[in-house]
Design a protein around this ligand. Structure first.
Ligand SMILES: Nc1ncnc2c1ncn2[C@@H]1O[C@H](COP(=O)(O)OP(=O)(O)OP(=O)(O)O)[C@@H](O)[C@H]1O
Ligand SMILES: [Mg+2]
Length: 415
């Protein structure tokens, strides 16, 4: 990677961090000092921060005979917040690095607005980036870190100070100008990284698991802050996570990736309520999955045999034509399950044995073993109470479970 790319994208320390390459570090610092002394270009020359669209067309990345991103086409509307969500190895970072310009696609194109940037080096793409491991300059203060991209761009010292303090206010770091970044908490360091990525008003902000190293409380806090800052600044955000709660709480749209392909894209509600595949249903949100075969199918719904002559019901995923004998996955969310006193099994009601019950404040989580040894989880409202016997009957409304045709016997998590 060219040094100019490292410098101009302002993420050099990431690579320094990864490579621990002292020589590169020294070169970067010398160039930083030189650029600090130079040019007085006005900050207004950099233009205002207005998000532009990112259009990914047929992006494919192959390493040897391995296709890690497979023909992904995706439009990220200007000013929107879009999240790439998927399990480890699904190609999220590869795709993001393609947008940044650090990975060149084997096939396909990337447009920023109507400009084809596919072969443009990273330094000419003018994007902000935030990574999981902060990638800050350890020898600099908070203010110096945030000022860095402006110095690189030759902005005058007089204009840098107000820009930096504006950004520090925005990310909640007011008064910390002179603190060494090494003396900050993880959450504070990530705020510095965010401020540094946004201070030069990039039209596009790319974030790769930026909250992955933080504890749950700090993550949740920063999730809403990042979203608010993105809305205030108007930048277009492309965010990577494998945490579905994070994706759902932050995104205008979610793109679910699996094995380098898009499984589904849509709003959080669309992805959660109408998953397009068993993989999405299982990966996004809590889900119980039962495997079986179609016993009866009609336009209204179907009965699925799950072994031991037990029949459960669900509606087939839109677009699927299911016939008697087809092998299927039936997905039902824990909060859709009802438990009642034990009764004779009839279609739609199956017997079970309560294994455990945990009171979680807003819900009671109950694990139930079915006669086929499958364990399912029910999430009941505390006010609804719970059965007082260990033997129970399990049921759900057919409308609240979805039946998917089985894909070549593959498990839903794509393993
Ligand atoms: N330079 C490379 N050479 C060969 N294979 C690579 C290279 N970079 C990534 N891969 C492979 O591409 C696949 C996708 O990797 P990628 O880093 O994009 O996944 P990811 O979705 O970001 O995963 P994670 O959640 O673990 O970060 C993986 O199987 C990975 O091993
Ligand atoms: Mg990754």
């Amino acid at each position: 990677m060219a040094e100019a790319d490292l410098i101009d994208t302002g993420i050099s320390t990431l690579f320094l961090h990864l490579n621990n390459n002292l020589l590169t570090y020294r070169r970067v610092f010398v160039i930083f000092l030189l650029s600090e002394a130079r040019s007085n270009r006005a900050i207004s020359d950099r233009g205002v921060m207005t998000g532009i669209s990112v259009d990914i067309r047929g992006f494919t990345k192959e390493y040897g005979n391995m296709t890690v991103v497979d023909g992904v086409s995706l439009n990220v509307a200007a000013g929107s917040f879009v999240t790439l969500l998927g399990p480890s190895g699904s190609g999220k970072s590869t795709l993001l690095m393609g947008v940044a310009g650090f990975t060149r696609p084997t096939r396909g194109n990337i447009f920023f607005g109507d400009r084809d940037v596919t072969v443009l080096p990273p330094r000419q793409r003018n994007i902000g980036m935030v990574f999981q491991n902060y990638a800050l300059f350890p020898h600099m203060t908070v203010a110096q870190n945030i000022a860095f991209p402006l110095i690189q761009r030759g902005v005058s010292k007089a204009e840098i100070a107000p820009e930096v303090s504006k950004m520090m206010r925005l990310v909640g770091l007011r008064g910390m100008d002179d603190r060494p970044v090494t003396k900050l908490s993880g959450g504070q360091q990530q705020r510095v990284a965010l401020a540094r990525a946004l201070v030069f008003r990039p039209p596009i902000l790319l974030m790769d698991e930026p909250l992955g190293a933080l504890d749950k409380k700090m993550r949740e806090h920063l999730q809403s802050e990042i979203k608010e800052i993105q809305q205030v600044t108007g930048t277009t955000a492309l965010f990577v996570t494998h945490d579905q709660d994070e994706a759902m709480s932050m995104s205008d749209r979610i793109v679910v990736l699996n094995h380098g392909r898009i499984e589904q894209q849509g709003t959080s509600a669309e992805i959660y309520d109408t998953p397009a595949s068993a993989f999405v249903a299982d990966f996004v949100g809590e889900a119980n999955m039962l495997q079986g075969s179609i016993a009866e199918s009609s336009p209204q719904g179907c009965l699925v045999e799950i072994g031991h002559n037990l029949l459960v019901c669900g509606k087939s995923v839109p677009g699927a034509v299911l016939e008697k004998g087809d092998t299927v996955d039936l997905i039902v969310r824990p909060n859709r399950i009802s438990l009642g006193p034990e009764r004779e099994p009839v279609p739609g009601f199956i017997p079970g044995e309560m294994l455990s019950s945990a009171y979680l404040g807003e819900s009671i989580l109950i694990r139930v073993r079915l006669p086929n040894d499958k364990i399912i989880t029910a999430k009941l409202k505390p006010e609804a109470g719970q059965p007082d016997t260990q033997r129970v009957s399990v049921t759900w409304d057919y409308n609240s479970s979805t039946v998917f045709p089985r894909r070549n016997g593959a498990s839903s998590r794509g393993e």
